[in-house]
Design a protein around this ligand. Structure first.
Ligand code: NAD
Length: 272
């Protein structure tokens, strides 16, 4: 049995994670956190998740959660990230980060923490998107700059960051395939007299509406043809299952920064 703590248990992802941990034979819920000013503090995590009583009281205390668990899973918001990382490092507890929209300072904190504990950080925990990134890198390398790349994403109306972390990650895959830096070529949503499309640009567009769980398309448009690679998530359980797979994996690792390629065994790292 691996003891898991869910940070952000009141969120859409957090509730799904609590439900799946409760249903898993090899995992047990050690702790679950909500915001320290949440009205849910003291209530039962299972009741909040809608899966019946689990006898785990919700707290606003990531340090206590890190001390109680063998692995932490953080699907909160960027403002909570540094406190959650500090709690993981202080307790020496492996951590899986699902939060997106993390800025450069947050990413530095992730790198620092990964020197102390095993840390998995992925913009998208679905196996399909992990594989899509590989396919996109291969397509961008094979087709080169003659094919214009535009990345579109669609998400539910509540999503706060844009473009999605997954869209950015797909842009990184394009850049890697082309052997360039994404920040030198990214163009975010266009408006007005923007002029001709610069050669080699990697464009991003974000759509928001309804209950869309997450859709991403990478279009590679050449003269006379275009290729579109699309992933559609129909349930957020796919991200939660991937995050739980990452948690089981991280619990057995040495300190270091890992991603879903490592978890799925797609990276050629030296065995440790
Ligand atoms: P959400 O807004 O429903 O949930 C976030 C929750 O975190 C809220 O309940 C909020 O109150 C809580 N929170 C904020 N600060 C906190 C703190 N200090 N301690 C505990 N809880 C705190 O959002 P969501 O749809 O559940 O997504 C959560 C995050 O995960 C977002 O950043 C989202 O972009 C990301 N996400 C990542 C993936 C992935 O595969 N990596 C998939 C889906 C969502």
């Amino acid at each position: 049995m691996t003891a898991v703590a869910i940070l952000g248990a009141a969120g859409r992802m957090g509730r799904t994670l609590v439900e799946l941990v409760a249903a898993a034979d090899d995992l047990t819920l050690a702790a679950a956190t909500v915001r320290s000013d949440s009205g849910w503090i003291g209530h039962d995590a299972g009741e909040l998740a809608g899966c019946g009583r689990l006898d785990v009281a919700l707290t606003g205390d990531p340090a206590g959660a890190a001390a109680a668990a063998e692995v932490l899973i953080d699907f909160t918001l960027p403002a909570a990230l540094e406190g959650n990382l500090a709690a993981a490092v202080a307790a020496g507890t492996p951590v899986v980060i699902g939060t997106t929209g993390v800025d450069a300072t947050g990413e530095q904190a992730i790198h620092r923490a990964s020197a102390q504990v095993p840390l998995v950080y992925a913009a998208n925990y679905s196996s399909g998107v992990t594989l899509l990134r590989r396919l996109v890198q291969t397509a961008a390398a094979a087709l080169g700059d003659d094919y214009d790349v535009e990345i579109t994403e669609a998400h539910h109306r509540y999503k706060r960051d844009a473009p999605s972390g997954t869209a950015r990650a797909l842009g990184e895959s394009v850049a890697r395939g082309r052997g360039v830096r994404l920040e030198d070529h990214a163009i975010q949503a266009r408006e007005g007299i923007v002029g001709e499309r610069p050669a080699g640009a990697i464009g991003f567009q974000a759509l928001r509406g309804g209950d869309i769980v997450g859709e991403h398309t990478v279009m590679l448009a050449g003269d006379g043809e275009r290729l579109e690679l699309t992933h559609r998530a129909s349930s957020r359980a796919t991200f939660a299952r991937g995050a739980l797979r990452a948690a089981r994996w991280a619990a057995e690792r040495p300190a270091g920064l890992y991603d879903m390629n490592d978890v799925l065994g797609l990276n050629d790292r030296a065995p440790d």
